[in-house]
Design a protein around this ligand. Sequence first.
Ligand SMILES: Cc1ncc(COP(=O)(O)O)c(C=O)c1O
Length: 410
Amino acid sequence: MNRVKHSRRHFLRNSVAASAGVWAVPTALTAGATADNDNYLEVGLPKSSLLTPALCVDLDKLEANIDTMQNTVSRNGIGVRPHTKTHKCPAIAHLQMERGAVGICTAKLTEAEVMFEHGLRQILLTTVNVSAAKIRRAMQLRKQCDGFIQAVDTEGNARELNDAAREAGIIADVTVDVDPGGHRSGITPGEPALTLAQLVDRLSNLRLRGMLCYDGGSQHVSGFSARRTQAIERMSPAAETFSMMQQSGLNVEIFSGGGTGTYNIDHATPGFTDIQSGSYVFMDASYLGIGGQDNDEVYSDFKPSLTILTTVVNAQYEGRATTDAGAKSCTINRPWSIIIGETGMSYTSGSDEYGSIRYENPSRVYQSGDRLELITSHCDPVVNLYDKIYAIRNDSVEAVWPVAGRGKNQ
Ligand SMILES: Cc1ncc(COP(=O)(O)O)c(C=O)c1O
């Protein structure tokens, strides 16, 4: 693509414009300003002036995370195919591609459509489509998008995909999803997976591209060496399957899987080509606790870039304070959000609209109107609660990124 040289700020603004699709320069500062106009007006504001709760991403940390991932996988001779289920944000997907990703993954068909509409072209859908309506729609996407690859985990589904591809007049790209042992999705490794791959290879309107195996059960194992041992062991049937496919002369150019917890482990699995990490761009409380290769206590390979800015709305009762970020802003996932920079207090978000701070031996006591910042519990479902992410640098809003994939759960 021919790209005129722009400043970083100009690029970020443009990528927002491109990814928003509808993001227009406001014609007037009227009382009827639209939400899109508001986005434009918020660029350049100090973070301290944002309405709360606000979902923010620290751009320096986000970029550092993308580079850490990219440099590590490159050093290990594999690639990264970031999962956009985490951020659902085309602007971030574009940053990941610009910095070396081989493509992106999506969890849902409608998420894939949104990414395509916003200019992403290499899209791997990691979940299978089993209803006729979805399969037909997936073929429509494949018709427009050469780089769209689908997953399959049964022979019946492979035949349905083939029929739909023929009806649509296309050859559809397919990967065989292999179960790492959790029995959530994927076909049994070994002969069953090989037989399915051979069928895909034979079907006239499908093109076999390789295999997937995502071992979610290993991602959050505490302690690097325990995590490494488990991940390598559980991936070994998939590695064996890869080798069987290769020896049968099948095209296995893709062997994709893994996530943030195993990004520096999975290259040890023979044949593995790329990591599908999602959370690494943001990090969250649930990942911070698992420990890393160089730090047993905290998983510090990636920096917590995503935060929720919230305001104290009640501070009149002993031992506690109430904020404006409850379950609708933070989810009720555990571990609870972490208050940045403070000790001796806890944060819970069990109520819909209110967050609750409880003091034990607090590093400070809040007054009504004070602001605080939270590291999210689990980043993916939190992002899905917000229309936009404020991209912050040096404490001011450098861009406003629409979460265009928000609610795209079909
Ligand atoms: C199929 C698949 N691949 C990759 C990921 C990304 O994992 P993480 O966010 O741990 O990097 C997930 C997350 O649930 C997933 O379901």
